[in-house]
Design a protein around this ligand. Structure first.
Ligand code: AKG
Ligand code: FE2
Length: 161
């Protein structure tokens, strides 16, 4: 499931409104998604400052470029699977975004293709995985590349990210 987030004031309840409309009034106080997206949006703008420094451009360069940006929050749910070797939770891909901030639960399943092999990214509830997406590649004059990644499933446990 994914939904669009914008820091603009008049769209601040967009997801909650959607839930109430589709699922009823009991979802009226379900503002947690908005509460999550706002700090994530701030965090991503902070990360753009680090990227600016690393690329030797003005620190505010990307912050200004992405100001009033929109983002998408995706909620991934991977059921357990009796034959995990026959499938993948998410097929190998590069995110089309500029930046992705990923939080995975304690189950594990994210893999990144690096040095010609798939490597598992250890789950840690206390950390975010920050991925460069396809859109940032040209913005950095190809100095940053997006990473090919996928998510595997397992036999015993559901996974959320
Ligand atoms: O679930 C994951 O760890 C990866 C999800 C993913 O790649 C995506 O949503 O783009
Ligand atoms: Fe992805």
């Amino acid at each position: 499931m994914g939904y669009r987030y914008s820091a603009e004031k008049n769209s601040s309840n967009i997801f909650q409104d959607y839930l109430v409309d589709k699922l009823g009034d009991e979802f009226e106080h379900f503002g947690v998604y908005q509460d999550y997206c706002e700090p994530m949006s701030k965090l991503s703008l902070g990360i753009t400052e680090l990227l600016s420094i690393s690329l030797g451009v003005q620190i505010s360069h990307f912050r200004e470029f992405f100001d009033k940006n929109e983002s998408i929050m995706r909620l991934n749910y991977y059921p357990s699977c009796q034959k995990p070797y026959l499938t993948l939770g998410t097929w190998p891909h590069c995110d089309p975004t500029s930046l992705t901030i990923l939080h995975q639960d304690q189950v594990g399943g994210l893999q990144v293709f690096f040095d010609n092999e798939w490597r598992s990214i250890s789950p840690n509830l206390k950390v975010f995985v920050v991925k460069i997406g396809e859109t940032f590649k040209p913005l950095s004059n190809m100095r940053y590349k997006s990473c090919l990644h996928c998510a595997v499933v397992n036999r015993h446990t559901i996974r959320k990210s």
